[in-house]
Design a binder for this molecule. Structure first.
Ligand code: ZN
Length: 73
C-alpha cells in the first residue's frame, strides 16, 4: 500500500513512528552520507523514475509519496 501526504508527515502513516525522514536522490554529498549513517535521511540512489517517494520511515521502511494536486480525482 502506498502512503500519500501533502507535506512531510510528523508520524509514519503505517507504524506511527516519528522517525520519518527525507529521501535524498542523486549522488550523495559527504554530508548526506553522514546524515544517512546517522539515520537522519535515506539515500534513494541515483536513478529517479519520476514518481519516487519523498519520505520514508526509518523504523518500518514505509515510503511516503507526495500528493500532487493534479492527481486528484
Ligand atoms: Zn513506519
Amino acid at each position: 500500500m502506498r502512503h500519500f501526504s501533502h507535506q512531510k508527515p510528523n508520524k509514519c502513516p503505517k507504524c506511527g513512528s516519528p522517525k520519518v525522514v527525507n529521501i535524498i536522490y542523486g549522488e550523495p554529498s559527504y554530508e548526506a552520507s553522514l546524515e544517512a549513517e546517522a539515520g537522519k535521511i535515506i539515500l534513494g540512489g541515483c536513478i529517479i523514475k519520476g514518481n519516487d517517494p519523498y519520505w520514508a520511515c526509518i523504523d518500518c521502511k514505509a515510503k511516503i509519496f507526495k500528493r500532487k494536486f493534479r492527481t486528484y480525482p
